[in-house]
Design a protein around this ligand. Structure first.
Ligand code: NAD
Length: 496
């Protein structure tokens, strides 16, 4: 077992390049989900702190200390951030395991590499072309006009993130917002503020100027204060669909630019011609990575009737071999879930599955005395309309549903309010691509699951989100487009 040595040296707010207590003096407790015990207390941002942070971020934007730097220089500093994260990866991974519960392996080999790639890719986008020259065409006007577009950073961005990937979720917002030249306030989830504070420390060390990245741990109230602040024109949010609705409503009076990355209930579709053993192994990864606390988790496994029982036997055997325990023990596959509240909510879903008549083939409550552990749980014989097939559980619980043919699979796959991701397993590539066309989701995998690249846009159809993060246009979420039309004629056009 690896003992977690404390890299926790930051417990305060990070405003204008300085570490400070909250104006109110309030703090909140951060818990270790593997034990349920308090790790430490962290300053809680109040409305006054948010107002001060916005003033600092506005000043940084106005004097162009960051957006006025050459894009190559901004890119160089972003690469420095990724190098420092690489250097300090063990220290960061330990903090993540401590406050989130995820296995150290997941932190080291899944989350941190994705963060590094995200900063590197956004660094490369910092110097992408920011506009085009355009032909001119206006009836009645002489042709000699020069038309071009420029893209400019929106201003101060409010970034609000969940706890499930405490470094990656901030990175997906901070890196493109920095690359675009915005200033920003980051409010991490109250469950996982320590990793975000580490990111603030690293960004400062890398040379991000003061006031450009303000990090304000706090509860939902701090998020609300950010969303309703009139001088924050851009909100980027990741979290529950129900919170996304509230954010959209609160942002409406100001017509803020809003991007939302929300919940999912993603189908993982297995056809009879797939390599069933590989599909079963991948389905476990799709379902149980980070104890199922993954927005794109393959929580609905759709299996073709003819191979249904064989697949159920395969997956229950594989799932029963997974080990559950504290994340600092590298031999564990699954850590705890984040909190007692989530733990109890997940157990209620398991109850609901049993009540509705689904067959639990493996899993259930853990016998561990401390911490918030749940065994990897799989239900078979699930009907598409059952609660466990419709609602996002956000825990290690999967539902296996049978289907007859392609059309049936498409209908079931598209039958929830969500549309974040989906996967298709088949040796027939034509079928795989046809399914990719028909399924309403932002990411479709063919013969794989969970694999993401910062070069491909990520986000949801339907109620899984609004807009996209990552991909070649990732910076657009933080930029306004301006058209400039200049008359090059001697006589300007007059009308009256
Ligand atoms: P959550 O919605 O409860 O909270 C997310 C963040 O929003 C937290 O920082 C919270 O303090 C803040 N917040 C809550 N209410 C707010 C309000 N009214 N105004 C402003 N801020 C507010 O979500 P969570 O429980 O932290 O995270 C789990 C959810 O996140 C799941 O539904 C999951 O699917 C989703 N998620 C989605 C993606 C994606 O990319 N689509 C990625 C990860 C997680």
């Amino acid at each position: 077992m690896t003992t977690i040595t404390s890299g926790i040296n930051r417990r305060q707010l990070f405003i204008n390049g300085e570490w400070c207590d909250s104006e109110s003096g309030h703090t909140f407790k951060v818990y270790n989900p593997a034990t349920g015990k308090v790790i430490t207390e962290v300053s809680e941002a109040s409305e006054g702190d948010i107002i001060r942070a916005v003033e600092g971020a506005k000043e940084a934007f106005a004097d162009k200390r960051w957006r006025g730097m050459s894009p190559l220089e901004r890119g160089r500093i972003l690469r420095q951030v990724s190098m420092l994260i690489n250097e300090k990866q063990m220290e960061i991974a330990q903090i993540m395991t401590l406050e989130n519960g995820m296995p150290l392996n997941t932190a080291l080999f899944v989350e941190i590499p994705m963060v590094i790639e995200c900063f590197d890719y956004m660094a490369s986008l910092a110097a992408q072309p920011l506009g085009l020259t355009q032909p001119f065409s206006a009836t009645g006007a002489p042709p000699n006009h020069f038309v071009y577009t420029v893209k400019e950073p929106i201003g101060v961005a409010g970034l609000i993130t969940p706890w499930n990937f405490p470094l990656l979720m901030p990175a997906w917002k901070v890196a493109p917002a920095l690359a675009s030249g915005c200033s920003m306030l980051l409010k991490p989830a109250p469950e996982t503020p320590l990793t975000a504070l580490k990111l603030a420390e690293i960004c400062h060390e890398a040379g991000i100027p003061e006031g450009v990245l303000q990090v304000l741990p706090g509860a939902d109230a701090a998020g609300k204060a950010i969303v309703s602040h009139p001088d924050i024109p851009k909100i980027a949010f990741t979290g529950e669909t129900s919170t996304g609705r509230k954010i959209l409503a609160a942002a409406a009076p100001y017509i803020k630019r809003v991007t939302l990355e929300l919940g999912g209930k993603s189908p993982n579709i297995i056809f009879e011609d797939a390599d069933l053993e590989q599909a079963a192994k991948s389905a476990l990864f799709g379902l149980f990575l980070n104890s199922g606390q993954v927005c794109q988790a393959g929580s609905r496994i759709l299996v073709q009737e003819s191979v249904y029982e064989r697949f159920v036997t395969l997956i229950s055997k594989e799932a029963a071999q997974l080990t559950v325990g504290p994340g600092d023990d590298m031999s564990n596959d699954l850590g705890p879930v984040i909190s007692k509240e989530q733990h109890d909510k997940i157990l209620q879903y398991i109850e609901s599955g049993l009540k509705e008549g689904a067959r639990m083939i493996t899993g259930g409550k853990s016998s561990r005395e401390e911490g918030y552990f749940i065994n990897p749980t799989v239900f078979a014989d699930v009907k598409p309309t059952m609660q466990i097939a419709q609602e996002e559980i956000f825990g290690p619980v999967g539902a296996i549903i049978s289907f007859k043919d392609e059309n049936d699979a498409i209908e079931i796959a598209n039958s929830t309010i969500y549309g974040l991701a989906a996967a298709v397993w088949t040796k027939d590539f034509k079928r795989g691509l046809k399914m990719a066309q028909e399924i309403q989701a932002g990411t479709i995998w063919v013969n794989t699951y969970q694999v993401l690249t910062p070069t491909a846009p990520f986000g949801g159809y339907k109620q899984s989100g609004l807009g996209r993060e990552l991909g070649p246009n990732a910076l657009d979420a933080y930029l306004e487009t301006k058209s400039v039309i200049a008359d090059l004629n001697e006589q300007p056009l007059t009308y009256f």
